[in-house]
Write a protein that binds this ligand. Structure first.
Ligand SMILES: Nc1ncnc2c1ncn2[C@@H]1O[C@H](COP(=O)(O)OP(=O)(O)OP(=O)(O)O)[C@@H](O)[C@H]1O
Length: 228
């Protein structure tokens, strides 16, 4: 069953069109990599799924229900957890307060997040603004999971982080995948992204131009669609 279905998405920033027909599906339990060079529309697609920048044409369905005309907070409540680019948390709340502020009942609660991210438990009473970049990213992922989303969306979750922290984050993504969490993920490091993805969707100039399994994304396709 398809959890997320996007068809013919077109999105504008003012008069400037950014998306020209994005098609994308995420099945239950699937990890889908949303790919493409800089500026091809990955973040805009994510913003349109959540109606942060609403689409002007096309359909977005979550669990079969059309959501493109809904407000962002309502879409989030229907079960989409976003880890946005730039890892926004409440700087003047503690780690535990940040997590609890996002809580909705389900598999993920404070104890389970602490088990997933032992570093967050060690820092539970620290203000979020005092965390390192990597810890803030863990907190952002923890916050999204605390909403117990049907679909988790990660936009450049490992960007700018030290290798050891990136490894921790990829390990968590593998745990989530093994548990059947549906995930839509944008990440620039193909060597880390491809082994975790079930399927890839490639955007070029705001439109879907290729989709398939990671093993089908040959070096020549990578060069054509993702090379610099
Ligand atoms: N706030 C904005 N106002 C106007 N144009 C924008 C805005 N944000 C993005 N765009 C434009 O929309 C297009 C798609 O950008 P988007 O950020 O979605 O790409 P991306 O694939 O996520 O790129 P990156 O990998 O650099 O984050 C680009 O041409 C970009 O310049």
């Amino acid at each position: 069953m398809k959890l997320l279905e996007i068809a013919g998405l077109e999105t504008f920033y003012g008069a400037s069109q950014a998306l020209f027909g994005v098609d994308l599906d995420v099945a239950e339990g699937e990890v889908v990599a949303l790919m493409g060079r800089n500026g091809m529309g990955k973040t805009t697609t994510i913003r349109s799924i959540l109606a942060m920048t609403p689409a002007r044409a096309g359909k977005v369905r979550l669990g079969g229900r059309e959501i493109q005309a809904m407000r962002p907070h309502r879409i989030a409540r229907l079960g989409i957890g976003l880890v946005p680019e730039g890892r926004r948390c409440f700087p003047n709340l503690t780690v535990a307060e940040n997590l609890l502020a996002a809580a909705r009942s389900g598999r993920w609660n404070l104890a389970e997040i602490n088990r997933l991210f032992p570093r967050l438990e060690e820092r539970r009473d620290q203000m979020a603004r005092t965390l390192s970049g990597g810890e803030q990213q863990m907190l952002a992922i923890g916050r999204a999971l605390m909403t117990n989303p049907r679909l988790l969306i990660l936009d450049e979750a490992t960007e700018g982080l030290a290798p050891v922290i990136r490894n921790d984050i990829w390990a968590v993504i593998r745990v989530l995948k093994a548990e059947g969490q549906s995930i839509l993920i944008v990440d620039k490091t193909l060597s880390e992204l491809l082994p975790s993805a079930d399927r890839c969707v490639v955007l070029e100039k705001g439109a879907t131009v290729w989709s398939g399994r990671p093993g089908e994304l040959t070096p020549s396709l990578q060069d054509r669609y993702l090379g610099v």
